[in-house]
Design a protein around this ligand. Structure first.
Ligand code: DC
Length: 216
């Protein structure tokens, strides 16, 4: 069984998907980390995902990378990757550009399907309900207004940015995520939509679990 959850940055989908995974025993897969790990690798080789002159090299790096998810850990080129190093302002500033490349998306989509193969999984991202698992058993779209999302990121303290700067960075990432040629953030017509702006994480979790119970 596949539970697919999509939503914009800061909508709470990672926290909710993790909780659902812990309480159902489903494998929790965070697809954003796949894009973040590839972004880190590209930046470490001195390439800029936004620079058209680096495009060939960027695509080659993506094609040659081995990426997988096992037992809650992301592996890039067979080495475990720490999530901590992927949640930086630098990765945040470049990941939307890297993830806008259709060739990169094809690599990640295949890795996601392989990671969820033969096991009950809860997978979250931007195009999980629409592209990666269009036949998912349960589809949920978590939303929240930009103020709530900026406040949540600020409270996480993983960023050096001020609340004002975070709000602007999230708005910019939203714009890039929505304007992608492939894999843009869309509300699937068969997804359950939840606006979490004024809800506590426990309330969101209860509503998501109720949806899952009804579908199971
Ligand atoms: O969920 P996140 O903020 O960690 O995702 C990081 C970036 O990766 C985000 O800017 C959009 C991109 N992404 C994507 O294009 N498709 C996905 N399924 C997941 C993430």
């Amino acid at each position: 069984m596949i539970i697919a959850i999509d939503g914009p940055a800061g909508s709470g989908k990672s926290a909710i998907a993790r909780m659902v995974g812990e309480n159902t025993g489903f494998t929790y897969i965070n697809s954003g980390l796949f894009y973040r790990a590839l972004t880190r690798k590209v930046l470490d080789t001195g390439c800029d995902p936004a620079n058209p002159d680096h495009r060939d090299q960027v695509l080659q790096i993506a094609r040659e990378s081995t990426i997988s998810w096992r037992d809650g850990v992301l592996y890039l080129d067979h080495a475990p990757v720490s999530e901590h190093g992927l949640r930086t302002d630098e990765v945040d500033a470049h990941v939307a550009q890297l993830s806008s490349l259709p060739e990169v998306r094809a690599v990640v989509n295949q890795a996601l399907r392989q990671s969820a193969r033969n096991q009950d999984s809860v997978v979250e991202g931007r195009d999980i309900t629409t592209v990666v698992f269009p036949d998912a058993d349960v589809k949920i779209y978590l939303d929240a207004d930009i103020e709530a999302r900026a406040q949540r990121r600020y409270a996480e303290s993983t960023s050096e940015l001020s609340l004002e700067e975070l709000r602007a960075a999230i708005a910019e990432r939203d714009r890039r995520d929505r304007d992608k040629r492939e894999g843009s953030l869309l509300l699937s017509e068969d997804a359950v939509y939840l606006d979490t702006s004024d809800l506590t994480i426990d309330t969101v979790y209860d509503r998501v679990m109720n949806t899952i119970r009804m579908k199971r």
